[in-house]
Design a protein around this ligand. Structure first.
Ligand code: BES
Ligand code: MN
Ligand code: ZN
Length: 518
């Protein structure tokens, strides 16, 4: 999917897309149109069928308007912003795909004059199109009838290219935005930025959608190394022996039940001077969470392949920052294992020692995310970053609190919370502040060890989990935890540019903005 910016009115293409907002009186409102397009615009509004509302569209075929055979009107809703454009872009993508149109022009004025920032307008358009243009098809047989043989070893199949499309259906390949003036440098850069952000976001979705047997810790690490080639991002992968030697007791404990080796992925990007302290991101890379000995019920357990989406978000954030050549120093850390029951699995009551020397009593092997993140957070804090952030599908409780729309953010640092909210606002992602206090820390004290991995009480499970993580960071480094358990996948069509079922690729755009804010 390619977006190009061109000066002029004619494109030589047969399809034109026109955006319209909804004005105060509930009528569709667009930029100045030629008489023949105006005529179609009026027809679209007949019987109030098109009022410029969000997700609305009307497609005309077989016309001869300014040389266009097809004209598509798409609504932006009232008071449009960047998010309205992302949503409208997904309507454009799906409508054109439905009508088997592969290249189209956009009437630029109808897009860039609808919001204040004309660069943001083309960025949001590009993001909306590229993010809608994602489908996980790696493991489906092709429409040509060829099926994958069942005995093909997983290791063979993963040589596939990340995000490669195998769908045979024609879909939108190129959009030319026709501007009344030559594109500005800001607009050209905005399209480039959108391409990088969405490409990385789609890569994270692909990592997430890949099932547990195709996305093991080893494969996750290998794919990261592969994706980082030529980007300036340095990737170091620790194997089990190194993880043990570095005293990552939590990661080792969770890995005990598995036949898959754990991995610890260390990513470094240096875009600023040597003396500049880094920003650190940590992501939960749990490739499949059965719950372990405290095994989960069967219903929806398959969704636990998404338990590495925090890790995928951190990998994608690091790739994006490197590709954007951001002027910051950043460290990305992803502890990775699956959580399996087995003869050697860690058991309730077991005590292990974390990287920072604290002893932890395991009362529930399903509260494993905090154990693997704890070691990575301690390790990250040792590098004295300006701030440390983690993203994790950490608790079911955050779904009860916030549902699929908002990512829960936990920090005691009010200034940092403000910075996070500002970054999310620019990125067009939804975050919500959650409590993290001494009460929650108290709940995590152990009986026969320093800490316990679950709280004594039944409630505020997301906050007590955050408190456990904070104990591993210590109090010297500004820290914020992002619980993405409700937003990392299956966002139920609330965001039309995210798959209804499947990984959303959430929090990458916010993390990129956040890193750039330092
Ligand atoms: N990966 C899960 C959290 C999760 C659950 C994410 C459902 C998305 C949907 C995590 O490892 C987990 O199992 N957490 C437990 C913690 C509990 C045992 C304290 C949970 O939330 O039930
Ligand atoms: Mn779990
Ligand atoms: Zn988990």
């Amino acid at each position: 999917m390619k977006v190009s910016l061109k000066k002029g009115t004619a494109s030589g293409l047969s399809t034109l897309v026109i955006f319209a907002a909804k004005d105060k009186n509930g009528n569709a409102l667009t930029s100045k149109l030629s008489p023949s397009l105006q005529n179609l615009f009026q027809m679209a509004q007949k019987d109030a069928s098109f009022v410029g509302a969000a997700k609305e569209s009307v497609f005309f075929r077989g016309q001869d308007a300014d040389g266009y055979t097809n004209v598509l009107f798409v609504g932006l809703g009232a008071a449009p912003n960047a998010e309205s454009i992302r949503v409208a872009a997904s309507v454009v993508f799906n409508s054109l795909k439905g009508h088997k149109v592969t290249t189209a022009a956009v009437l630029g004025d109808s897009l860039v004059k609808q919001i204040k920032d004309p660069a943001l307008a083309v960025q949001a358009l590009t993001e909306g199109l590229a993010l809608t243009d994602y489908e996980y098809t790696d493991l489906k047989s092709k429409p040509s009838g060829k099926t994958k043989s069942a005995d093909q070893a997983p290791a063979d199949k993963v040589t596939k290219v990340a995000g490669k499309k195998v769908t045979d259906k024609p879909k939108l390949e190129e959009i030319a935005v026709l501007l009344s003036a030559a594109p500005t440098a800001a607009q050209v850069n905005a399209v480039k930025r959108a391409e990088i952000l969405s490409e990385c976001q789609n890569f994270a979705r692909w990592l997430g959608d890949s099932p547990g047997n195709y996305m093991t810790p080893t494969i996750l690490a290998d794919e990261t190394v592969k994706a980082a080639k030529g980007t300036g991002l340095k990737v170091t992968v620790w194997d089990k022996a190194r993880i043990k030697k570095e005293r990552f007791g939590g990661l080792m404990a969770v890995n005990q039940g598995s036949t898959e080796e754990p991995r610890f992925i260390v990513m470094e990007y240096n875009g600023a001077g040597k003396s500049t302290r880094p920003v650190c991101f940590v992501g939960k890379g749990l490739t499949f969470d059965t719950g372990g000995i405290s095994i989960k019920p069967s219903a929806s357990m398959e969704e636990m392949k998404y338990d590495m989406c925090g890790g995928a978000a951190v990998i994608a954030t690091m790739l994006a920052l490197a590709k954007l050549k951001a002027k910051v120093n950043v460290i990305g850390l992803v502890p990775s294992t699956d959580n399996m029951p087995g003869p050697d699995a860690f058991k309730p009551g077991d005590v292990y020692f974390a990287r920072n020397g604290k002893s932890v009593e395991v009362f529930n092997t399903d509260a494993e995310g905090r154990l693997i993140l704890g070691d990575a957070l301690s390790y990250g804090a040792e590098m004295k970053p300006v701030a440390i952030f983690d993203a994790a599908t950490l608790t079911g409780a955050i779904l009860v609190a916030l549902g699929n729309t908002h990512t829960g953010v936990f920090t005691r640092d009010a200034k940092l919370m403000r910075r996070i909210q500002d970054a999310a606002e620019v990125a067009g992602e939804l975050v919500w502040p959650m409590p993290l206090t001494d009460f929650h820390v108290d709940d995590m004290k152990g009986t026969h060890a320093d800490l316990c991995n679950i709280s004594g009480g039944r409630n505020a499970g997301s906050s007590t989990a955050a408190a456990f993580l904070e104990e591993m960071v210590g109090r010297d480094v500004p820290f914020a935890h992002f619980d993405i358990a409700g937003t990392a996948w299956s966002v139920n069509g609330r965001f039309p540019y995210c798959p209804k079922k499947g990984a959303s690729g959430i929090i990458i755009r916010t993390f990129v903005e956040l890193a750039e804010s330092f």
